[in-house]
Design a protein around this ligand. Sequence first.
Ligand code: SF4
Length: 281
Amino acid sequence: MRNIKAEIIKEAVRDLFIKANYVISMDLYKKLLDAKEREESEIGKNVLEQIIKNADIAKEENIAICQDTGMAVLFVELGQDVHIVDGDFNEAINAGVREAYEQGYLRKSVVVDPLFDRKNTKDNTPAIVYVEIVKGDRIRLIAAPKGFGSENMSALKMLTPAEGVKGVKDFVVETVLKAGPNPCPPIVVGVGIGGTMEKAALLSKKALLRPLDQRHPDERYASLEKEILEMINMSGIGPGGLGGRITALAVNIEYYPTHIAGLPVAVNICCHANRHAETVI
Ligand code: SF4
């Protein structure tokens, strides 16, 4: 059993949310550079140039990539041989989020009650936390702040098994077309297939974490990712929604076994600021 102090977790969470909000990952940066080369529309090229310049400035000057610094989503892989000491795990995470959004000058965007008074919590807590117990004595933390311009464009559908591959393709493309310019394209499309309703939604969010240059290890899913990406990029929505070829940078699919009677499909759209940062304690 390895002891890890709650304070260490708090500090790691704080640093991760600041980093994720200031610096985009290298795979995403490279995709944007490549998209700028491939984009046929002049306006589209210009938008991509602005997006890249914005990412450069954010990194150099330690400022947020976007004003919407998102809801603080945190994926935790918690080793079963870890013992958290000197504090509470959930409190440590929320304290880390609080400090990140305060010290990093990040916008606080969370309201206490989603329906009635909608008062701001003023520190961007509570975080959305997903914990998976894994082997070992380490904790892997992945911070993924999520803006709502793109989150609001996400969707879920319970297909029938008979709708199959075509049903999945149609639903993903339909969701992207409906979103149009709202999720700040070029987007990354996370797709979750299978499980139950909520499992599919979670898979679609997890899919956004996979490096954009990595296709699914199963060749059938990898070719489905490529095909859906081509279909989306035929839409003409383009960078910034101002027309062009590059509407999406990647489609990442994750799947899970499901019930004989169902085929849940979730689409989690993320903007060009597909932010995440990780560490292992
Ligand atoms: S969708 Fe993304 S880029 Fe657009 S405002 Fe929200 S966080 Fe910013």
